[in-house]
Design a protein around this ligand. Structure first.
Ligand SMILES: NC(=O)c1ccc[n+]([C@@H]2O[C@H](COP(=O)([O-])OP(=O)(O)OC[C@H]3O[C@@H](n4cnc5c(N)ncnc54)[C@H](O)[C@@H]3O)[C@@H](O)[C@H]2O)c1
Length: 312
């Protein structure tokens, strides 16, 4: 397929572009930042440019992953978030319909599911971890989440009114940099990321694979929205114990983990305040991450963790 990939110079785009080409697609990258993955330098907020790119390249499918996201909150005002994340998405959806594009994949975020109360976790008095599914009520806490939610709703609206097949992927975190120090193991970024694979992270390679599958399945699905995250080993009945004593719950799931962690000087978070449940993506999209906590433990046991977790 001839695919327009927005955000092609970004962290996800730089993995997704080559993955799309390896799967046989012809990819046109669009980004405000130049890179070898980006054929067209410009903004999704520029309607005329979007129209021209779709037409000039006879685009058959759009993967829209360009966005201002959480780290950009420091540098851009709310209007810029609305322009890029809301207007940009509307431009792509409406021009896709006008030009007969057959399918659309939108990269959203599990971050929009986190309100201040969930974020406060045990420190804020939570007695159980939040179990988050696609049906959980959402009340985004910042302009990033608010504009991503609005963009999701535009996807839903344009599908309903025009029939454009759209798959929305609410991905959990796959960024490489450290963040959210309240939850971090200060001594080791690898340790933090390994812990997060239990409940709120996936690798960028898995995020790219989810987009490829969504692209393939969009016409069968019509409209659908999925959480994509590494499979958590927990069940809902663990929610209270996860807040009270996460290491104990993890040890019940993976009896070998304390020794493997101790050998490397790693530690587990004391408390886990949320679990993103990707089971709908497994059941309906047929997508399950290849890398989860179990694979990290296998790598630790084989002492090849440097190699495995390099992509975390
Ligand atoms: N990184 C994560 O952990 C994470 C988690 C959940 C969802 N997401 C979503 O995944 C997508 C990709 O994230 P990423 O981590 O690769 O971010 P990134 O910042 O590395 O990439 C985003 C790209 O979008 C481009 N962009 C920004 N404004 C643009 C505009 N007006 N027009 C065209 N391009 C523009 C940027 O230049 C950048 O290259 C985003 O939609 C983000 O919201 C990311």
């Amino acid at each position: 397929m001839r695919v327009l990939l927005t955000g092609s110079s970004g962290w996800l785009g730089r993995t997704l572009g080559p993955a799309l080409r390896a799967a046989g697609h012809a990819v046109t990258g669009l980004d405000v930042v130049p890179s070898p993955e980006t054929a067209v330098v410009g903004s999704v907020a520029d309607r005329a440019l979007v129209r021209q790119v779709l037409g000039d390249h006879a685009i058959e499918a759009v993967i829209h992953s360009a966005a201002l996201h959480k780290p950009d909150i420091e540098r851009f005002d709310r209007q810029a978030f609305v322009d890029v994340n809301v207007t940009g998405t509307l431009n792509l959806l409406e021009e896709a319909v006008a030009q007969g594009v057959g399918r659309f994949v939108f990269t959203s975020t599990t971050s929009l599911m986190i309100c201040e109360r969930i974020r406060a976790g045990a420190a804020g008095g939570a007695r159980a971890a939040e179990w988050l599914t696609e049906d959980s009520p959402v009340q985004p806490r910042n302009i990033y989440g608010i504009t991503k939610l609005a963009a999701e709703q535009l996807c839903r609206l344009v599908h309903r009114e025009h029939g454009l097949p759209v798959v929305v992927l609410r991905t959990s975190r796959f960024f490489p940099e450290a963040d959210d120090m309240a939850h971090a193991i200060v001594q080791s970024d690898e340790n933090t990321k390994a812990n997060e694979l239990l409940f709120r992270r996936l690798t960028v390679e898995d995020a790219a694979r989810a987009h490829l599958l969504a692209l393939e399945r969009a016409p069968d699905l019509g409209f659908d929205l999925f959480i994509v995250s590494a499979p958590p080993p927990f069940s809902r009945s663990d929610a209270e114990a996860l807040i009270a004593d996460a290491p104990d719950v993890v040890a019940r799931c993976f009896p070998g983990y304390p020794e493997l962690y101790a050998r490397r000087g790693w530690t587990m978070f004391d408390s886990i305040d949320r679990v993103y449940d990707p089971s709908r993506a497994a059941a309906r999209l047929g997508f399950v991450c290849r890398t989860g906590f179990a694979q990290v433990l296998e790598a630790l046991a084989a002492e090849t963790s440097g190699q495995l977790t390099a992509s975390l």
